[in-house]
Design a protein around this ligand. Sequence first.
Ligand code: ADP
Ligand code: TRP
Length: 314
Amino acid sequence: MTNTKKRLLTGLQSSGTLHIGNYFGALKPFLDIYQDYDSYLMVADYHSLTSLRDPEELRKNVYNVVRDYLAVGVDPEQVVIFRQSDNQDHMELAWVFNCLVTVPFLMQAHSYKDKVAKGLEPNAGLFTYPMLQAADIALYDIDVVPVGEDQRQHIEYTREAVGKFNRAYNDLLREPEEMILSGVGVVPGTDGQKMSKSYGNTIPLFGTREEIKKAVMSIVTDSEGDIPENVYAIHKLLRTEEELAPIYNEHKGRYGDLKNILVEDLETLIAPMREKRESISDEIVESVLAAGKKKAQEKSSETIDKVRKAIGIR
Ligand code: ADP
Ligand code: TRP
């Protein structure tokens, strides 16, 4: 039987210790769809090099990202999980794209401007970052790229690079579409603002029971009514409104009780993932990456061979 599934790829950079905002906003939406596609999950370590110069941390981050995805339930048999730096075809196609797009075009990239505005060094790698991302995608003949809203422009840049290539040479490469993962919208933190590691208002995704409890107890409940809004907003991610109605009715106004119930519900979600994560050794990660490397190279080598012929190299 021929495989008629569409092809999907997304790239991951380590974002440190994950929180439940990351889970409901990014990981869970990915879990919900990846098996419907011929899927690739790539750890973008060369992209991280644009801002990270600690070799040990760079290496550790790769392992941690893979571990996080395996722990939340991504099945490595159903998706090719691989490391960008394990496949030099990415570097080669990125260069080809760099020779097709212009400096003024790259200067318009929001993410470049944002990062420089935040004080990151404007190194040339950061500047050409979108062309490496375009190569990540075009090499695997990808139809859809699930990403957060912040990455929309990078997929537009990919289409532009691919379009330029196709017009300059043969119509060889596929133009991908972004698939914006909206998840559940914005998950609020313990202070009611967007949950974010930069605000110190997170509930850690792989936290111990004590850590979860500490975070939940710190949820700000200065509302006057029967329902502590910030508690309810997080609870809603775990149970339906129908399930919550009798609970919130029974414990009306007793915020402490409701927080304790939330701790239990979070523990039910988190404990199995936390335990799974602890059981994933470096060796397991390495064997997943080794298998992924082989499959990724198999696919990308077809593309890069055609590209080389088309541009007149070898
Ligand atoms: P942080 O804000 O903690 O630095 P990141 O920017 O590293 O998080 O986010 C990684 C992914 O998790 C992104 O795809 C983002 O959309 C998602 N995400 C992060 N925080 C939230 C949140 N509070 N609600 C929903 N999704 C979130
Ligand atoms: N730039 C993406 C981010 O910061 C990561 C990434 C690298 C990516 N290559 C990709 C995402 C290819 C999608 C497709 O999140």
